[in-house]
Design a binder for this molecule. Structure first.
Ligand code: ADP
Length: 570
């Protein structure tokens, strides 16, 4: 049942119960009061009649009784000691023998005992409710009987009035109760609606006021809602912050629930696991093929802390750390170390290469030096040995110089200080240092540079041109030709140095700019190369913001193309 109806029903019941109680109570109290009064009156009359019967002794009893009965309007009975009626105002003398013996009547017995006896009962002779009052007289008792219809009538009237009043009160009360129930229930119903909308996550309207308990409840609900929505906003902010954080993390983050299902998979982890951005995530144990990785995930899902392990993914290497969550599930973090691993390999290879490159000339120098020191070597042989020692020392010197150059360029300590320089004179200046060797091999140079102006660090540009032209001289057989072309375009100055040399096989082309990478190591060493020339070129050009590439046809020649960008105007 709804609240207003409940309240209404209770008010109506209350009024009805009060009315019934009032009717019953009025019946009881009025009846007893009336009977009390009747008893007093009839007792007084009985006493009078008893005295009259006693005083008028000698007169014919029957006519006296009838006379007194007529005068008072009561039934008057005279009963002898044995209970036989000897006179009765309601019956003639000749009918008296037919009346019952009164010896057992309670009022009569009281009177015989010398007291006033009173009784109210349903009379067999008159068929009505009657009050009987008996008093002792000489030789028996006198009894006055009076019917009680007045009492019933008065009580009935009073009850009718109370009932009418009760019905009226019920009607008025019902109307008032309806209004009251509504006015009490309305704010409560509004609070219920407000609480329901809070539960649905909406912002409720709480417009209940007042200083009573309902008002207090409304205020409590309002502050609860304010606290709740503040907390919710805070949680929402923290959640989106966390989502953004996880999404933007370089590390792959994977969250698993207690059942091992993937609940979060950030973009980095999708990249590492080679999963499409919209692909459904696989089950936790299918994330990794590596057994140790699967064991680590299982362990974390069992709530155990695990050590960080290295896992091999599709094409990358990562460190996997798995952390169990307090309420079941786990968080897996993948840290991509492919780059680090590559750097490590490069570093190891570099150290091995440097050691090897230094070891070869050093072994040669030591060999010749030991021979020279131990044996008595003829003068011309000694000369030859010393030349070899010197050549290898120069090679070592060259290697160390190149290494120092490379490390200087790679370290952030160095940066190009570009300026405008005419390219033509620079090319000829560099060529002049190579000319003796070029002439010896009958190599010629032609340039198409015009008055190209290069925007570059002069020292770096000189070194770049030297390294490339030096390669041209070294890898071009006798009577070959080297061309330098320069053109200025919107992107900057492009320089192409082409030789008619041995060329580079296609599969080696992408790698010739790596440190110590040589197509033919033995030949390079023989020609005095260190394997670092093009690596230095690449670093220097890129330090200017430019780029370098190699094009080659095996047996026909090689072109090294470099772009030096124009400065961005301020
Ligand atoms: P190197 O000191 O060995 O010449 P570089 O870094 O200058 O080292 O060149 C790397 C490799 O590229 C060389 O060993 C050589 O095999 C190849 N190379 C470079 N320039 C030329 C060229 N002009 N013609 C043919 N091969 C070349």
């Amino acid at each position: 049942m709804r609240l207003p109806r409940k309240l209404f029903a209770s008010y109506v019941l209350l009024v009805a119960a009060s009315t019934v109680t009032l009717v019953v109570a009025s019946d009881r109290s009025l009846r007893s009061r009336l009977l009390q009064e009747a008893t007093v009156e009839v007792t007084r009359e009985t006493a009078y009649l008893a005295r009259a019967v006693g005083t008028l002794r000698g007169a014919p009893l029957d006519s006296l009784v009838h006379q007194l009965g007529r005068t008072t309007g009561r039934r008057l009975t005279v009963i002898d000691r044995s209970g036989v009626v000897i006179a009765d105002s309601d019956f003639p003398q000749d009918e008296l023998p037919s009346l019952e013996n009164h010896a057992s009547r309670p009022e009569f017995r009281e009177a015989l005992a010398g007291r006033t006896g009173t009784d109210i009962r349903h009379s067999v002779s008159t068929g009505r409710w009657e009050m009987k009052v008996a008093m002792p007289v000489a030789g028996g008792a006198v009894r006055v009987s009076t019917p009680l219809p007045q009492v019933d009538a008065v009580v009935q009237d009073a009850q009718n009035a109370v009932l009418l009043g009760g019905l009226l009160a019920l009607a008025v009360g019902a109307v008032l109760a309806l209004g009251f129930a509504r006015s009490v229930a309305r704010p409560l119903l509004r609070l219920r609606d407000a609480a329901q909308s809070i539960a649905r996550g909406e912002r409720p309207v709480i417009d209940v006021r007042g200083r009573d308990e309902v008002g207090d409840l409304a205020r409590a609900l309002r502050s609860l809602e304010e606290n709740l929505s503040g907390r919710m906003a805070e949680l929402e902010r923290e959640r989106s912050e966390m989502t953004a954080l996880v999404a933007s993390m370089v590390e792959g983050v994977i969250a698993l629930d207690a059942g091992g299902a993937v609940t979060t998979l950030n973009p980095a982890s999708r990249r590492l696991l080679k999963l499409a951005p919209d692909a459904a995530p696989p089950a936790a144990l299918e994330l990794f093929r590596q057994r140790t990785a699967r064991e680590a995930v299982e362990q974390a899902l069992r709530g155990e802390e695990t050590a960080t392990i290295e896992v091999e993914l599709e094409s990358r290497t990562a460190l996997l750390s798995s952390h169990p969550l307090p309420d079941g599930g786990a968080v897996l973090v993948l840290h991509d170390i492919t780059g680090l691993k590559h750097l490590e390999t490069v570093r190891r290879d570099f150290v091995a290469n440097v050691s090897h490159e230094l070891k070869t000339p050093l072994t040669v120098i030591r060999g010749y030096a030991e021979t020279l020191a131990a044996e008595d070597v003829p003068a011309e042989v000694r000369r030859d040995f010393l030349d070899k020692v010197l050549a290898n020392a120069r090679r070592m010197q060259q290697l160390v110089d190149d290494l120092l150059d490379l490390s200087r360029i790679e370290s952030r300590a160095w940066s190009p200080r570009p300026e405008r320089i005419p390219l033509g004179p620079l090319v000829h200046e560099v060529w002049s240092t190579l000319k003796p060797r070029a002439d010896a091999a009958r190599l010629t140079l032609s340039t198409r540079i015009a008055d190209t102006m290069l925007y570059a660090d002069p020292q770096a540009a000189r070194q770049v041109l030297f390294n490339v032209l030096d390669n041209g001289v070294r890898y071009t057989p006798d009577s070959g030709h080297i061309t330098v072309l320069a053109s200025t375009g919107p992107a900057g100055v492009e320089i192409e140095i082409t030789d008619t040399g041995v060329g580079i096989p296609g599969e080696h082309l992408p790698r010739i700019f790596e440190r110590f990478y040589r197509v033919d190591p033995a030949r390079s060493r023989e020609l005095g190369g260190t394997g670092l020339g093009l690596a230095i070129v690449k670093h220097l050009v890129e330090a200017h913001g430019g780029r370098v590439e190699a094009l080659s046809t095996l047996g026909a020649g090689t072109t090294i193309r470099m772009l030096f960008p124009e400065p961005i105007p301020h």
